[in-house]
Design a protein around this ligand. Structure first.
Ligand SMILES: *Cc1c(COP(=O)(O)O)cnc(C)c1O
Length: 819
């Protein structure tokens, strides 16, 4: 039954809901809440959940992708597609949760439920590594731990699984009960309770009590008394309890922690005996997560010797997909940390979202521990690859090779990673996107290393999830129907070009804007189909602009006339945008220009005014609010005057990032979102609510000890009167690290410590004063990140974050990642 999953009719019965089922026997294998992530359309059931957006709006899109089964709460939709199945419920999210809960209850298996403030995903992934030898495990993909993520994860349990590991995350009171009913853990793990995220709760105790609700039916609870202070042991859930602590008596009492050579040696008392283990990581968080895993193994009955053996072999958990430039103009998406079908689907979505090249290749290893027969598994993968329009598969491993005939695309197969690497010089790769995805034991890191270009030691890391979250942050402030134009000028404020535009297109912004035609042409060549406004259209580029459907900003009658002269006679309705100058005094029409402007516009049908806009000069500052109000009033007058004489109504827009934050009444028809996307907003105190998108990092190239009186760098500007130690790092003014940061003005973070520059900044390098610190060649150096921000850097040299960000030069490699 379960391998086949449930029929839609069965699901309607489980949900006890009204249903319109023209095909009652349709089998549901996948649950969907996002119409962009369809994998198996016939086997999918789309839940029109009302979250930030109303899922009902995406029924049409899902239908267009081939989905024929829907759960809805708006009855009007039930008759939109007579051939599709509709189940009508009161609350779609609750229905999704109820169905997942039913699947959980139908399957007898051990289930580990994890909650806490930090470490949930790492503990989940490590327990998976530690227990995979003994169980057939199903676990939450990535950090799917929300009201939607948990049911989607639990739905994947089938009769073949013997252990589930799921994480649950909550942000306000009342949320855990639903998750507890879906996961029904038999073993509960409370990782820790931090001070952070207490926002949705009145107190720390309330937060703790809410989290503990996950374990109400658990047979065993693993916890630390440190994190449950204030609650009597007898009141903790769990029939049996297993405690660990570094400070007080516990079932596993840690007595000694010592870092040695990148690892941590830990000793403790367990059942009156001294026991020990090695955790192969050096950071503090890894120690706590490691102890939690250690305690869990002991609580589950593993011997201390066995637990130690397994812990020692833990490997790094990296949840990110990295997008890197590769050999022969290829783009490489490196995901060599895991291979299971749900993470494969996520990686393929990323591949399609990034749409870097028309040709797409997947290098995939055998996949293990799926709870499915190989036949079913590789059939499913073959269907997935077809669905996602992959062009080529390179399969590595005996299992995938055995099912070669299932794949209907170009394929080649190799027995092992080594066999592939030996053949690599003879394999043709060019102008394609290559997703490298392999189970850990296949060591695909070796393959991605060979396929990627050598990375310059200084890199700018761009977190695409953070960028998408920032977009959502501003969208949530917009009135219904207000459009978003995303500003991607100056290489998306230094963050990249088509990688960012691809993401914005995927998230369905309405417009893009660039400064110059070249930037727009590059976006078109990369397959961006959104409308693009060009803010400085030079006459020499008119030809290329029209060829690539780029829409000029027209700011004077002269530019208007020269564009019109240029347009071929048979061209009608070419989209343009009119810029009004209401106080910036940079570019734009003023009131006196309107009669002439209108005369030209009315005399031609070759142009269509898509939008009319103005730019505000001080949306972030209270001090100039009167001026902003005047600008807006002027703009409305100019706009009305134009519209009165046109036969249609162009889009009206004025607000930039800080305008969206501070001028909610001036959203008009569209807003122009710039620096907010990249994580900064001068109108938000401490950028609250935004996520850091860019991290600039480099490495220590050399460390030197200097004696008293020696000097550092050009013109002997750096002086260490008492001698000391310096570290040379590979970033200089040619990389965008301004000379103004020299001689101690600028600082960087090494191993968490802020160290000042010493001497002048050179073209390609600079020196840091690391006297008294333990710093070695190869150490990572952070120039800016989420803690030490571009706002801090900007303050040191009296500039603005915009300049710091856009100054990072193009020779600094960008690495994009997606979690
Ligand atoms: C750059 C720019 C924006 C975006 O400004 P932010 O402050 O970065 O949001 C908006 N409109 C125009 C005309 C711009 O040039």
């Amino acid at each position: 039954m379960n391998q086949e999953r449930y029929s839609i009719q069965h699901i309607a019965q489980v949900l006890n809901a009204k249903a319109f089922l023209p095909s009652p026997g349709a089998v549901v294998r996948k649950l969907l809440t996002d119409s962009r992530t369809v994998i198996d359309p016939e086997g999918s059931l789309f839940f029109a959940v009302k979250a930030k957006r109303d899922g009902h709006e995406f029924i049409e899109d899902a239908y267009a992708h081939g989905v024929r089964n829907f759960v809805i709460s708006e009855s009007a939709y039930a008759t939109t597609y007579p051939k599709a199945n509709f189940i009508l419920v009161d609350d779609v999210l609750q229905a999704l949760q109820a169905l997942a809960g039913y699947n959980r209850q139908t399957n007898e298996l051990k289930v580990i439920g994890i909650t806490g403030s930090n470490g949930k995903t790492i503990v989940k992934e490590w327990l998976y590594q530690l227990l995979a030898a003994d169980f057939n495990i199903i676990r939450s993909p990535k950090s799917f731990n929300s009201q939607i993520g948990v049911p989607l994860s639990v739905w994947q349990i089938t009769t073949d699984h013997t252990l589930g590991i799921f994480e649950a995350g909550i942000s306000t009171k009342g949320e855990m009960e639903a998750l507890a009913n879906i996961i029904l853990p038999t073993i509960g793990i409370l990782t820790n309770i931090g001070e952070a995220h207490a926002e949705g709760f009145e107190s720390k105790k309330e937060k703790l009590e809410e989290k503990l609700k996950l374990f109400k039916e658990a047979e065993l609870l693993v916890y630390s008394p440190t994190y449950v202070a204030g609650i009597a042991i007898a009141d903790l859930p769990g029939k049996q309890k297993f405690s660990w602590s570094t400070t007080e008596p516990a079932d596993l009492q840690i007595t000694f922690i010592e870092p040695i050579e990148g690892r941590n040696y830990i000793r403790g008392i367990y059942q009156h005996k001294e026991i020990e283990c090695l955790i192969p990581f050096s950071d503090k968080a890894a120690v706590e997560n490691g102890i939690i895993c250690w305690a869990t193994l002991l609580a589950m009955g593993y011997s201390p010797e066995e637990a130690d053996l397994r812990l020692e072999r833990l490997t790094q958990v990296s949840m990110r997909l990295e997008l890197i430039n590769g050999i022969e103009n290829c783009s490489i998406i490196d995901d060599s940390y895991s291979a299971d079908i749900s993470s494969l689907a996520i990686a393929l979505d990323f591949l399609n979202q990034q749409n870097q090249h028309p040709k797409k290749t997947l290098i995939l290893s055998d996949i293990y521990e799926t709870g499915k027969s190989n036949e079913v598994l590789y059939q499913e993968i073959a269907a997935l690859l077809e669905q996602k329009n992959l062009n080529r598969l390179i399969g590595i491993g005996p299992n995938i090779s055995a099912f070669a005939n299932l794949f209907k695309i170009e394929t080649s197969f190799y027995d092992s990673t080594q066999a592939f690497i030996e053949q690599l010089p003879a394999i043709h790769f060019a102008n394609e996107t290559i997703l490298v995805k392999g189970a850990r034991r296949f060591e695909f890191g070796r393959i991605s290393k060979l396929l990627t270009q050598k990375i310059h030691d200084t890199i700018l890391e761009i977190n695409l999830n953070a960028l998408a979250a920032n977009l959502q942050f501003y969208r949530a402030k917009l009135n219904p129907g207000v459009k978003t134009m995303a500003m991607v000028k100056a290489f998306s404020y230094g963050s990249g070009s088509f990688e960012i535009a691809n993401l914005l297109q995927y998230h369905k912004v309405d417009y893009l804007a660039v400064a110059y035609a070249d930037e727009g042409i590059a976006l078109r060549k990369a397959g961006i189909s959104l409308p693009i406004m060009v803010m400085s259209p030079e006459p020499s580029a008119f030809d290329a602009m029209v060829k690539h459907q780029l829409e000029p900003e027209i700011y004077s009658v002269q530019v208007l006339k020269s564009f019109l002269n240029f347009l071929p006679n048979d061209q009608t309705g070419y989209p343009i945008h009119l810029k009004m100058d209401t106080g910036m005094h940079r570019l734009g029409f003023e009131g006196a220009d309107l009669p002439e402007l209108l005369a030209v516009l009315k005399a031609t049908d070759q142009l269509k005014v898509m939008s009319i806009f103005t730019h505000l000069v001080a949306t972030d500052s209270h001090e100039h609010d009167d001026f902003t109000t005047q600008q807006l009033q002027k703009f409305v007058i100019l706009y009305d005057e134009l519209v009165a004489q046109l036969t249609y109504r162009p889009i009206q827009h004025a607000l930039n990032t800080s305008g969206i934050t501070r001028w909610p009444n001036a959203q008009m028809d569209m807003v122009r979102l710039g620096i907010g996307l990249y994580g900064f907003d001068g109108a938000l105190n401490g950028n609250k609510g935004l996520q850091t998108v860019a991290v600039l990092k480099t490495t220590v190239t050399q460390v030197k000890n200097l004696t008293a009186g020696e000097t550092v760098g050009y013109s002997r500007k750096g002086v260490l009167p008492e001698g000391g130690k310096i570290a040379t790092v590979k970033i200089g003014y040619a990389d965008g690290y301004s000379r103004r940061f020299g001689n101690g003005v600028g600082k960087m973070l090494i191993n968490g410590q802020l160290v000042p520059t010493i001497g002048s900044i050179c073209m390609d390098m600079c020196m840091l004063n690391v006297t008294g610190l333990n710093v070695k060649t190869g150490d990572e150096v952070i120039v800016f990140n989420g803690q030490y921000t571009i706002v801090d850097l900007a303050a040191q040299i009296d500039t603005i974050p915009y300049e710091i960000l856009t100054n990072v030069s193009q020779r600094v490699k960008r690495i994009y990642f997606y979690e």
